[in-house]
Design a protein around this ligand. Sequence first.
Ligand SMILES: [Zn+2]
Length: 301
Amino acid sequence: MMYQIEEIKTEKRKLNYKKLVICILILLLVLYVSIRLGMTAAQKSQEGSLASVQEQSGDIKQQDTEQAKEIDEEEIKRRKAHFYKEVDDIYNGEPGVKRVFLTFDDGPSDTVTPHILDVLKQYNVKATFFVLGNRVSDHKDLINREYAEGHYIGNHSYTHEYSKIYSSDESVLEEYNKTEAEIKKALNDDNYSTNIFRFPGGAYGGPYEDIKAKTRKIFKKKHIAFLDWNALTYDAEGADTKEEIMENLKKTTDGKENVVLLMHDAADKTLTYETLPDVIEYLQEKGYAFQNMYDLMDMGE
Ligand SMILES: [Zn+2]
């Protein structure tokens, strides 16, 4: 009997032991599952907060660039307005100070432009070239040389065909923009803008004055400067000897402190570069300082 009771007790203990082991296993399983779940949740929340930090810093970065962009745009606007005003005021320089802007229109051309650049280099004179858009892609090397040697590249329309350009104000703008695009491409610089237009035939008067007046208003609004001239050698208007060129130069610059001199570097203007040393020397003797459009810019130093 005693033995039986003892046996039952042992059986019961065995059973209890089994129960305990199962309980512990279940407990361990629950613990494991809950730890795993907890870790995943913690990981998730960590990832979440990281993402939000990244998002935030992304926001900050974006804000920064937007702010920088805004400053850039403001600054560019201010510089354009400054340049427009300086060009508009070009004939009202400092009293007593003589300055001359040499300008060459209708290029570039292989026969004339390189010779003009050579002479300018020899005299260390910086000029302004008002180029034709439809001549740019075939003369990328010359555009780049003009630019590299410190000359200013201005815009003189795409076609130079008056009836086409002045058919409407949109057409003038189209010619301007097309030429800008060609210059950007030639210089391989998307940010390059001339910001200055020389109206073929001049910005005022003539049979297209209505269209020109409309366009001048648009340019003013956009702060695109435009510039004519107040002196010329008549190199494109029939002067065909050195003497005539020099005579015209003397006559048209006489008594002027601020001179914008019109000349041409179209393919047939060989006389222009042949006379250029005399032109420069005459102006030097008269006490003129040579400037180009870069001198009218505020680079914001
Ligand atoms: Zn022209």
